[in-house]
Design a protein around this ligand. Structure first.
Ligand code: ATP
Length: 320
């Protein structure tokens, strides 16, 4: 391997910059040239490629988002797009590529690996929805951001003796909702994995809690379970308790990464470079049982995982 490139793809996540910085500086330390590809696979096909030195990634470890920008690219899903991408890599002397993104981005990396470009994927998504790993870059920051926002909503919700529905990200995976459910002491958590959402049961629970003397009722709703604003109107009509919906939205994707996201992203970035330098390709880095590990991309994409049943049980048991 002579030249290692790095790109970010799919949804952005806090900590991606720490990973980019680690890739650049570790590759230089290993005697390699480094290039940054802007806007994911779209930038690869547009040849939006720049040389990166150690100082080009100064002052970014503490910043959210991704300095390389990110995009989704329909053309790269086609065989022609992938062949063009591999050709552009060769033209720029790129023989190793680190792809920071989610499962879709890994599928793209797998295609490039099949075309002779050595690729390593790093899990970058706030949703934690990558099966081969217990940690993804950005999840820790996103959960902390959502937790702080929910605390604030709870203050005003208690003062006004309201019910609050707070919608967090996670269309297909309820990890942020489940973690906040425990961290914020929510009365109810609605998860895509537990599609047992029964509005009448929710209403009964709100009325029961009010009778017990609870001044607030926090419902954390994972995006995709239902429309939070209309749910709030129906609950208010049924309970007579003022109910408001707050949709946290994209604020959960931004912000300065936590120490955990900076450190894990840095370790994963360094490992990706070492794997490339050891001649590995078509691998994805993960974190399991206290260690940084790597898997074949094909195997990683075939894995499945679910939320912890025990964690879900505990969250419900503590919300009395
Ligand atoms: P997120 O978790 O944020 O959604 P992701 O990496 O899963 O991240 P996708 O939009 O699925 O996000 O994929 C990002 C990009 O990767 C796509 O726009 C496309 O360019 C490329 N990609 C996705 N799937 C494939 C595939 N099967 N083959 C080739 N490229 C793909």
């Amino acid at each position: 391997i002579n030249t290692i490139a790095v790109l970010t793809s799919g949804g952005d996540a806090p900590g991606m910059n720490a990973a980019i910085r680690a890739v650049v500086r570790k590759a230089i330390a290993n005697g390699k040239k480094v290039k940054g590809i802007k806007r994911g696979y779209a930038g690869l096909l547009d040849e939006d490629i720049v040389d990166l030195g150690a100082q080009d990634v100064s002052d970014i470890i503490q910043r959210g988002g991704t300095v390389l920008y990110t995009a989704r690219c329909a053309e790269f899903r086609t065989a022609e797009g992938q062949a063009k991408g591999a050709e552009i890599c060769r033209k720029h002397g790129i023989d190793g590529l680190v792809v920071i993104g989610g499962d879709g981005s890994f599928a793209g990396a797998q295609k490039l690996a099949n075309l002779g470009i050595n690729t390593i994927g790093l899990p970058g998504t706030i949703d934690l929805d990558i099966a081969c790993t217990e940690y993804t870059i950005g999840f820790d920051t996103a959960v902390n951001t959502a937790m702080e926002a929910i605390d604030k909503v709870r203050d005003t919700s208690t003062s006004h003796e309201r019910c609050s529905i707070i919608e967090v990200m996670g269309r297909h995976a309820g990890y942020i909702a489940l973690w906040c459910g425990i961290a914020n002491g929510a009365e109810d958590i609605l998860l895509p994995e537990k599609y047992e959402y029964d509005e009448q049961q929710l209403i009964n629970n709100i009325i029961k809690n009010r009778k017990k003397g609870k001044k607030h009722h926090i419902i954390i709703n994972a995006e995709g379970i239902g429309h939070s604003s209309s749910m709030a109107k129906r609950i208010e009509a049924a309970t007579g308790i003022e109910t408001r919906a707050t949709i946290l939205g994209h604020m959960q994707r931004g912000g300065s990464p936590t120490a955990k996201d900076r450190v894990y992203a840095s370790m994963m970035g360094a490992l990706a470079v070492d794997l490339l330098c050891a001649g590995e390709t078509n691998r994805v880095v993960g974190y399991r049982d206290g260690d940084y590990v790597d898997f074949d991309i094909n195997e990683a994409l075939a894995m499945t995982k679910g939320i912890s049943e025990y964690q879900y049980e505990v969250s419900k048991m503590l919300a009395v």
